[in-house]
Design a protein around this ligand. Structure first.
Ligand code: FNR
Length: 191
């Protein structure tokens, strides 16, 4: 049997009725074997402060260990002021330290930005890509996913109701599966 591929999903919004969280759940529902997706929470992580590395908060340690265990990472994020929300940037920073022990290094990644606006969080998507280059996360270049007018994509129960978006996301996840396999050498998946 094929080994399952564990994808840690980071959602950039902390609010309960988040469109990005709805999107993450839609992706979890869409993904097929061997891909398994799990949301890894980031809202409880104390703000990164290097002084705390002597005795790191338990939440940091658990988060780092969870990311290390993952075969790949998927970011689903809103755009805040043309960049990523602070909570997501904090999670990137927490996972990147202590120096030389980044939890992100070599994990294949993918990004989806989701916004009620017309340009689908393009700015956040590309700011995030900039950090991922430095963190040595090979981020899937295509298909790009800037999901605009997202307030029209979900029903009152939070389920995806737009068929074109469902097809696009299915293709996105298939491509991500291929991307993970192609970039898996440094994660051990390819060995
Ligand atoms: C926003 N929003 C927003 N939208 C956008 O397309 N570009 C932007 O730069 C911003 N900036 C921004 C800043 C802040 C502080 C907030 C709170 C919001 C609107 C944002 O896209 C909208 O609130 C989404 O619904 C947020 O995503 P969730 O929470 O629904 O996942």
């Amino acid at each position: 049997m094929q080994k399952s591929i564990d994808i840690a999903v980071l959602v950039g919004s902390l609010r309960k009725a988040s469109l990005n969280r709805m999107m993450a759940h839609a992706l979890i529902a869409l993904a097929s074997a061997p891909l398994t997706l799990e949301i890894v929470e980031i809202g409880h992580l104390p703000l990164y402060n290097e002084d705390s590395e002597d005795q790191p908060p338990a939440a940091w340690t658990q988060f780092r260990e969870r990311i290390r265990r993952a075969d790949a990472v998927l970011f689903v994020t809103p755009e805040y002021n043309r960049s990523v929300p602070a909570a997501l940037k904090n999670a990137l920073d927490v996972g990147s330290r202590p120096y030389g022990k980044s939890a992100w290094a070599g994990k294949p990644g993918a990004l989806i930005s989701v916004s009620p606006g017309a340009i689908g969080g393009f700015g956040a998507n590309h700011h995030l890509r900039q950090s991922l280059v430095f963190l040595n996360v090979p981020a899937m270049p295509q298909p790009e996913a800037y999901i605009g007018h997202a307030n029209k994509l979900f029903g009152s129960n939070g389920a995806l109701i737009n068929e074109d978006t469902r097809k696009f996301l299915s293709g996105f996840m298939r491509a991500f599966g291929v991307w993970i396999e192609a970039n898996a050498r440094s994660t051990g998946l390819g060995s």
